[in-house]
Design a protein around this ligand. Sequence first.
Ligand code: TYM
Length: 340
Amino acid sequence: MTETAHPRRVFSGIQPSGNLTLGNYLGALRRFVEMQEAGVPALYCVVDMHAITVWQEPAKLRAAIRELTAAFLACGLDPARSIIFNQSQVPAHAELGWILSCVARIGWLNRMTQFKDKAGKDREAASVGLYSYPTLMAADILAYHATEVPVGEDQKQHVELTRDIAAKFNHDYGVDYFPLPAPIIEGVATRVMSLRDGTRKMSKSDPSDMSRINLTDDADAIAQKIRKARTDPDPLPETYAALAERAEARNLVNIYAALSGLDRDAVVTEFAGRPFSDFKPALADLAVSHLAPVTARIQELLADPAEIDAVLGDGAERAAEIAEPILARTRDIVGFVSSR
Ligand code: TYM
């Protein structure tokens, strides 16, 4: 079967659950802005339906949706150029999610490492939504025939599953309809690690707030968290390669490189032979100088929730205009009779 050329379109999403972290900022948000600046048509989604796969207090969820939207805008996403919306407002996601859950195989979902991590030991008590969530994520992407999905490394497996689902749909129905989207995982901060444990990723759901930098942290909190970040007793080496076995040290160097735009060897060279007690204040200054304007802008935007809701409303309309015809054709391919 020949591959139809699909026009480039970017789709990505972030869950409005808890605090946004430096990991979300470096691994996703900042990359979204770069792609916008490169002029690729894009949709950026506040995935509220994904958030409720674990319990969310309604009032807190409402606030988190607006806060994440404000963060999108504060980081530089421009609603005139990128479509910014919340998932629940475009029914195509849920509907295509169902169809794709009938395409995906249980064996495929059983391999998803994120479910294993999030469900923990008591899998029987996890919601069905938490288990089937990757099929909804596939629908998010495929409802727009998106071709590129910028994400951090932890989402790679889900984007690969989306490709498998798209290929199986095309194969089973004998069509060449859904593009196989590519995960775009670039830069030096595709997996920012916890500040307390270099083997775990920095996460908004980590019980220890000291493990992460939140986009809402003030300068003092950021400085304190970096000062207390776990490292080893050795000074910085001469080369980045020498950090291979030093996960925590490497993570701090990666963060410095991502924030400064320097390459990793240049960062190590600048501090070679010096202790982490010299490096950490420099890193804290750099983080504060990047995040303080973003945090301040988020607070300003949150003062006008009606404006945020208007951005989301307009984005949802534009998103639905793209998704609806794609869904209509999907129903037809599947064999549903269109009766009205
Ligand atoms: P979520 O909300 O957990 O994370 C949002 C984005 O941030 C990235 N990220 C990180 N990058 C680097 N280092 C880290 N420590 C780190 N932590 C998080 C994630 O990789 C992600 O890109 N299932 C997705 C949301 C989603 C989605 C989609 C993404 C739903 N539908 C469709 C792309 C396309 C999630 O839970 O991301």
